[in-house]
Design a protein around this ligand. Structure first.
Ligand SMILES: *Cc1c(COP(=O)(O)O)cnc(C)c1O
Length: 333
C-alpha cells in the first residue's frame, strides 16, 4: 500500500495526539481508554472531514475545478470543514443543507456550524426539506454551472467516497505508528459512524497492513445491517483504489446501532451523559450528533463488561463541538 502516490494537500495538523483518558478510565473502572484527537485537526474548529478533504480537494485541483459543491444536514461538520478548505484554496464553496432535524429552534438553524459556514464565506444555495435527494440536487446544480462554463467539483455527503476514505487509511497508518512509538497495544478502535468514510478507511487501512485491529462503528443513523453493508461496500472500493488484493471479509466490518435513539441528530440521555462526563472529567468537548453518541456507546459497552480489563481502547474523537451551540436548548435548557 503506497498512499503517497495519491495527490494530497496539507489542510490540518497531523499527526493528531493519541492520549490517555485517565480520569474517565478510572471512573469507569474497566479497560484503559485512549483518545485520538481528530477533533484537533485545526481546520476551523477541526474534525474528521479534514483528513478526507486533504485527498478530495487535491483531486479537485488536479481536475482544475473552479468551484466546490457539497451538502449535509443543517449542522453539518463536513460542510463547515469543506467551506474552510475551499477558502484556503481560494475556491468558492456552494453548499446545500438538508433540514434533517427540526424542533431545536433558531440556534439550531443559525448558530453553531451554520454561523461558521457563513463566516468562512460559504454560499448556502438552498436549505431543503428532509428526505430530499441531495446528491441529485448537487448534480443538477453542477450541470447548470457547467452550462455557464464553470468546472465544478462535487463532494458527496460526508466526503465519503474512495478518495475521501483515503484520509482514514492515513489515520490507520498514523495510529499504527503511534502505537509502536508509544508502546501501546491497541485492542479496539471505536468511533461514531455516519456517512461511512471514516470506518471504511480505517478498515481498509488496518486490513491492508494485516494489523487486525478491530474497529467498532457506533451508528448515529442507519440500522446495523444496512450500515455494515454500506461500510463494507466503501471499504472494498477503497481497497480496490489502493490495489489491495482479495475480498474484504464481512467480519472486518462491525457496527453497533444501539445508541441512535430516536434518530439522526436527536439527543439521547446517554449522549448527554457522555458529553457531560468528558467535559467535566477530561475537559474535552464532544458533540451531540456523533462523538457524543459514539462515546455513549463506548461507556455503555464498558459498563456491560464487553471488554477485558487489560484491554486498551482507542476512541477516535471525530470532532463536531461547534454543533454544541446549535443544541443549546437541548443541552442547557
Ligand atoms: C461526519 C462525522 C462523523 C462520521 O464520520 P463518517 O465518515 O461520515 O462516517 C463522526 N463524527 C463527526 C463529528 C462528524 O462530523
Amino acid at each position: 500500500m503506497h498512499l503517497a502516490r495519491f495527490p494530497r494537500l496539507r489542510l490540518g495538523h497531523f499527526p493528531t495526539p493519541l492520549e490517555p483518558l485517565e480520569n474517565l478510565s478510572r471512573l469507569l473502572g474497566g479497560p484503559a481508554i485512549w483518545i485520538k484527537r481528530d477533533d484537533a485537526t485545526g481546520l476551523a474548529t477541526g474534525g474528521n472531514k479534514t483528513r478526507k478533504l486533504e485527498f478530495l480537494l487535491a483531486d479537485a485541483l488536479a481536475q482544475q475545478a473552479d468551484v466546490i459543491i457539497t451538502q449535509g444536514a443543517t449542522q453539518s461538520n463536513h460542510v463547515r470543514q469543506t467551506i474552510a478548505a475551499a477558502a484556503v484554496l481560494g475556491l468558492p464553496a456552494k453548499v446545500f443543507l438538508e433540514q434533517r432535524v427540526s424542533g431545536f429552534g433558531d440556534e439550531y438553524q443559525q448558530s453553531g456550524n451554520v454561523l461558521l459556514d457563513k463566516l468562512l464565506g460559504g454560499e448556502i444555495v438552498a436549505h431543503l426539506p428532509p428526505g430530499t435527494d441531495m446528491q441529485q440536487v448537487m448534480e443538477d446544480y453542477a450541470a447548470t454551472l457547467r452550462a455557464q462554463g464553470k468546472n465544478p467539483y462535487v463532494i458527496p455527503g460526508g466526503g465519503s467516497n474512495p478518495i475521501g476514505a483515503l484520509g482514514y487509511v492515513a489515520c490507520a497508518q498514523e495510529l499504527l505508528y503511534q502505537s509502536s512509538q508509544q508502546r501501546l497495544r491497541i485492542d479496539h478502535v471505536i468511533h461514531a459512524t455516519g456517512s461511512t468514510g471514516t470506518q471504511a478507511g480505517l478498515v481498509a487501512g488496518f486490513t491492508a497492513t494485516n494489523s487486525h485491529i478491530p474497529v467498532l462503528g457506533i451508528s448515529v443513523r442507519a440500522p446495523k445491517a444496512r450500515q455494515q453493508e454500506n461500510v463494507w461496500q466503501l471499504a472494498s472500493r477503497t481497497r480496490a483504489l489502493l490495489g489491495v488484493p482479495g475480498e474484504l471479509p464481512r467480519s472486518a466490518v462491525v457496527v453497533n446501532s444501539d445508541y441512535v435513539g430516536d434518530g439522526y441528530g436527536l439527543p439521547t440521555p446517554a449522549m448527554q451523559e457522555a458529553v457531560e462526563l468528558l467535559a467535566r472529567h477530561e475537559g474535552i468537548l464532544l458533540d451531540p450528533v456523533y462523538a457524543g453518541k459514539g462515546m455513549a456507546g463506548l461507556i455503555d459497552l464498558v459498563r456491560q463488561g464487553q471488554f477485558r480489563p487489560q484491554d486498551n481502547l482507542v476512541f477516535i474523537h471525530t470532532g463536531g463541538a461547534a454543533g454544541l451551540f446549535g443544541y443549546r436548548q437541548a443541552l442547557a435548557p
